[in-house]
Design a protein around this ligand. Sequence first.
Ligand code: UD1
Ligand code: CA
Length: 476
Amino acid sequence: MSFAAIVLAAGQGTRMRSARAKVLHEIGGEPMIARAVRTIASLGAVPVVVVVGHQAREVETALSARFGRDQLAFALQEPQRGTGDAARVALAAIPEGFAGDVLITYGDMPTVSAATLDKFRAAHRKSGAKLSFISIKLADPKAYGRVVRDDNGGVAGIVEYRDANEVERAINEINTGFYLVDAAFLRAALGELKPNNAQNEYYLTDLVAIARRQGLGVAAWIANDPAEFVGINSRMELAEMEATIRESTCRKLMDAGVTFIDPASAFISEEAEIAPDCTIGPNVQILGRTKIASGATIEGTAWLKNVTIGKGTLLKLGVRAEDAVIGDECEIGPFANLRAGTYLEGHNRIGNFVETKKARIGRGTKASHLSYLGDATIGRDTNVGCGVITVNYDGYEKHHTEIGDRCMVGCDTQLIAPVKVGSDVYVASGTTIMREVSDGALVMSHHPQREKAGWMATWRERHGDSPDDNGKRGRE
Ligand code: UD1
Ligand code: CA
């Protein structure tokens, strides 16, 4: 049976007090609209029509980067004249011959689960109603639309808070704004909406009364977890939802065998995979599609995005890594910066103040202190000494450095790329490598060391600095 969806996301969200459209504010590391659309798309709805208005182009860009055009469509609503008007605009993007159910949802309710919507769909089909919507019961129903029931307990209509009388305002069953509507009924009924209400808007909620007038079945499906239907209207609510998501992500991981020293200061993306027996220290952000194998330890203060980490690897304090692969049994940090394209084959040591970028580093190779390794391929079991620099940039282009297996690259070596150093090479400290070095060689570019005996005393005397009777120096 065919099934389409409409996601309402044209509103500005004035209470966010933001120049940015509300649905672009991020939750769990991505715009909240992306999260909402992902859930709907996972149900198999085609097309998913997103109604855009405020910052329409930015919203479209954010979604197009994440979802295929074959499933996603956009409808521009300008000006925003209410939820009913938004649904009408969206219909234009649904093929005329479409004859299934249309799911209508909001882009600012990013925690509604696919499982709940699946149950809602099943109930809707079973009921045979032309229109179903999800309601929840709240101790404090705030300003939500009230579900008015008739004497038989059937749904008579939805009354907006602003249009409700005292008796209606006392009702605690409210409309969440999630509907399933028969496409043919939706097309016909949207044309009948009139903006005769306190806000002079076209209310989608009026569909309920229209259906009832035509003697069509309407069902309210009461969801048992109202928390899923918490919308985001303010920065405070944004932060609260972020905290809720974060807490549940950490809890799931702990249930699955991951140790958190301080879950309150761990920010883990829901897309991250962390294997059992990993230990995550305080103040750690694990973002994007990061994958961490069993037994890895992150001491604390780390920022990792789209990083793969192998078994038993230790990240000491202060590691930043992005789009990188860190193999098994590595020791990274403290204070290391592994930039995009870093690939450590395993058993590597990358120590303090080492920066790597587009660097493939062979098994067992170490760079323990103060180095820049960019656009480089380094073989196995090579030791990169302190202060080694790949000089990869000539002001216009980046060039590649290649170093073989089992080399000793002495401290303070510069490799002027493009350049190649063979295997089993010994680079003396302080060498500037400009030409290819063959396998097994010793390479050095030392200036001969010169010495002038007694030079220091002459220098000091020239500055009027002579020793006193006790042999001390100084010019008071
Ligand atoms: C709506 C419902 C109300 C329900 C509540 C749940 C109506 C008339 N009322 O009220 O019964 O309890 O949601 O949150 O539908 N939007 C557009 N274009 C518009 C207007 C709104 O795209 O012209 C979008 C908004 O961006 C938002 C959603 O629709 O994502 C809901 O709009 P909002 O103004 O928040 O609806 P409420 O008045 O809160
Ligand atoms: Ca609202």
